[in-house]
Design a protein around this ligand. Structure first.
Ligand SMILES: [Zn+2]
Length: 392
């Protein structure tokens, strides 16, 4: 059956052009040089036993998707994808076919990681064997082509389309009372819960959350639910983000220019002003979360954390000056997937209003508008932008 899908094609000259021009020119991201194409394509085939066909009802646009489409993602990831792929790893959908005791029509959310179980690799890698499939070491083998997740694999399809295939080990049932918007937030919330666990936050710790888009807001919510963090200083660029950050549990919310000063006051640290470089603290937050995927935000997290404190990379990282990590003996900790935290995420979503963060859902045919909106979400008073492939 033919389905509408947004496909990302490899085009190194274009990719390099996009890296150069990137996000500096609004509208160009989704313009004529984009390697993203709206196509009619055959729906992907079920590759093996235990796989189901899934019709996406909503699929989110994530910061990592924007970085990938804009050609800003590191070439590091090029070995972990197969082209062309359909993006979209934040997915709530319904089963088109029965699988593993679940009937067609059942609503599900997708754990997008394509680990050993999904790939049909019988002798599990060490991380998969101990339940950490987010750290799978066999991301290029087995039943489907290379791809760290659904949404980066040529064989599975992705959420930005009318149909994808998923292995039963990737599926989590959506409770009947939970709306599609809330369910869509399961994967990003699972990532935030995982980031909080990776931070190993001590009781009463003084925490900095740098960024108040989807990742930052969900990190604040997860900190309040799954840690005993003390005061949380959040950095927000826009008014609606600040109001949400407070509602989700931040103690103080400041714009980026005031962030270092706020942490200094909250922790009685000393501020130093180096030549030709941003100021930094001696003393500072016990734990900082980088939640914007930006250089400024990562520099802030590194410069506002006390000696031997922890900096958690919750956003997709960019280059930064690692001098503070060396000099202050920081623990820089990655937090990549939500694997292992989906049940906790679904539990928290049932008792929260996190579904309110879904600000708009576009049909696939309006993909240029959708990507522009996602790129400017903060400025436009929005948080999470999604595709609704059922709207075609
Ligand atoms: Zn594995």
């Amino acid at each position: 059956m033919s389905e509408l899908a947004l496909e990302l094609h490899r085009s190194v000259p274009r990719y390099l052009a996009q890296r150069t021009i990137g996000r500096r020119v609004p509208g160009l991201l989704a313009g004529p040089i984009s390697s993203l194409k709206l196509v009619h394509r055959e729906a992907p085939d079920v590759p093996a036993e235990g796989w189901a066909r899934v019709r996406p009802r909503l699929s989110g646009i994530c910061g990592s998707d924007l970085a990938t489409v804009a050609g800003e993602a590191s070439f590091y990831f090029s070995a972990l994808v197969s082209m062309p792929f359909v993006p979209g790893h934040e997915v709530v959908g319904e089963l088109i076919t029965d699988v593993d005791g679940l009937a067609a029509g059942q609503r599900v959310v997708l754990d997008p990681v394509l680990g050993c179980a999904a790939r049909g690799i019988a002798s599990l890698c060490e991380p998969c064997a101990r339940g950490d499939h987010g750290l799978c070491e066999r991301l290029t083998g087995g039943h489907v082509a290379a791809g760290l997740q659904t949404g980066y694999c040529a064989d599975t399809g992705g959420g930005w389309s009318g149909a994808l295939v998923a292995h039963c080990s990737q599926l989590h049932v959506v409770p009947d009372g939970l709306g599609d918007e809330s369910a869509l937030m399961t994967e990003p919330l699972a990532c935030a819960i995982h980031a909080v666990r990776r931070a190993n936050v001590p009781p009463d710790a003084r925490v900095l959350v740098a960024g108040a888009g989807t990742v930052g807001l969900l990190t604040i919510a997860a900190l309040r639910e799954f840690s005993e963090a003390g005061p949380v200083v959040a950095v927000a660029k826009h008014g609606h983000q600040a109001a949400l950050a407070r509602a989700y549990g931040a103690t103080e919310v400041v714009p980026p220019a005031e962030a270092l000063g706020a942490v200094r006051r909250a922790t009685r640290a000393f501020r130093l002003h180096p030549d030709r470089s941003a100021p930094f603290l001696l003393g500072g937050a016990d734990v900082a979360f980088e939640c914007a995927g930006s250089r400024g935000s990562l520099d802030l997290a590194l410069r506002a954390t006390r000696a031997r404190g922890r900096v958690v990379l919750a956003g997709m990282p960019v280059r930064a000056d690692l001098s503070p990590a060396w000099f202050r003996e920081l623990e820089v900790v990655g937090a990549y997937s939500g694997a292992g935290a989906f049940d906790d995420a679904l539990g928290l979503l049932a008792d929260s209003r996190i579904g309110e963060l879904v600000s708009a859902a576009y049909p696939l045919s309006r993909w240029r508008e959708a990507l522009d909106h996602a790129l400017s979400a903060g400025r436009l008073g929005s948080v999470k932008i999604a595709f609704d492939p059922t709207k075609e």
